[in-house]
Design a protein around this ligand. Sequence first.
Ligand code: COS
Length: 387
Amino acid sequence: MSNTSESASQYGLTREQLDFLEVIRQMSVEKVAPRAAEIDESGEFPEDIRELFAGHDLFGLPFEERYGGTGTGELMLCAAIEEVSKFCASSALMIAAQDLSSLPIRLFGSDDLKDRWLPKMASGEILGAFALSEPDAGSDPGAMRTRATKTDGGWLLNGAKNWITNSGVAGMYVTFAVTDPDVKFSRGITAFVVKADAEGFRIDTLEHKMGMKGSPTGQPVYEDVFVPDEDVIGEPGKGFAVAMGTLDRSRLGIAAQAVGIAQGATDFAADYARDRIAFGKPINQLQGIQFKLADMETKTAAARELLYRAASMSEGDEPGLGKYSAMAKLFASDTAMEVTVEAVQVLGGYGYVKEYPVERMMRDAKLTQIYEGTNEIQRVVIARTLQ
Ligand code: COS
């Protein structure tokens, strides 16, 4: 039993769900791990992994059974993201991004929107994207400039987004735009579903990133893109709350990714230290290395506990979820960064070269401190609950 399964069972995963988790772990070890370095090196979106996940129902994890999902809840989703992230964080991001991009519809969408989009997303036939950030509005999405103006039967969108995960591979982009520039910005924003093949929509640039290279990040551009009224998510003017309510939950997925990266790096460093001989004995017999490994394991376990506590709150609709998901994301991503830096140190010169996965893990970990709200924003969200 992995430490993920062990903790998840204590937070209420059923026998059946634990078995599913074991299948995901096996699949990650056998099929995902051997592809991770190649995916990182080529920077190409791994269609084979997407098919693998679709075949094993991994895209169904965020969804209820009535929409073709697994109906297994938030904790199972987090545990699954964690298992995959131990071996390839870019691949795990496909699942987290499917959660993020479908949450606006799941939480705020009409029945019609749910019926039209969720089954296709649950099967993995369509990947989604969440287009909130802009070149000049990342931490402060209320300052966005993308506009939607009312027209007959719908809206016309104009503007550009930035740093959007799944750019170019998504079939739909949940897009936030200002619909009422006369009111305080956050009150005049509306959420729309924009189809990838809509006229006037294109992806301009794809970024060359430090890490998470198998996940395409780009800049969607909107030029008079028509979106029919029925593709508005929630009420016009209430889009900011749609974005915030989504992020309150989706940040759990990033925390899970960070816990997975941290555990993957700890496991790899521990295995290495068992085999690597220096001064006539395995380096895991040296206290300098032992203390590093002990701290890595402890911090990762603490991050997991906070994450599972937050994930359990999400299932029971307990108040305070936003605060807990921010705390889980903050703590887990800072842990992933610290732990992966230490893993590189344990491997020494081998840690710094691409033959070993820990330098990739370190680069991937960095993004978890930045996306879905920088850790400074998480501290803002947490601090506001203390005032
Ligand atoms: N859930 C629902 N509604 C929320 C909310 C939440 N968690 N947080 C704020 N709102 C509502 C407020 O109630 C307020 O509504 P009214 O205008 O009707 O009063 C509105 O949203 C604006 O709230 P506020 O004034 O607090 O917004 P701020 O601009 O000060 O922003 C933070 C607050 C910093 C929390 C927000 O801008 C944020 O989360 N930024 C980071 C965004 C992010 O994560 N970007 C990453 C890219 S997405 S991958």
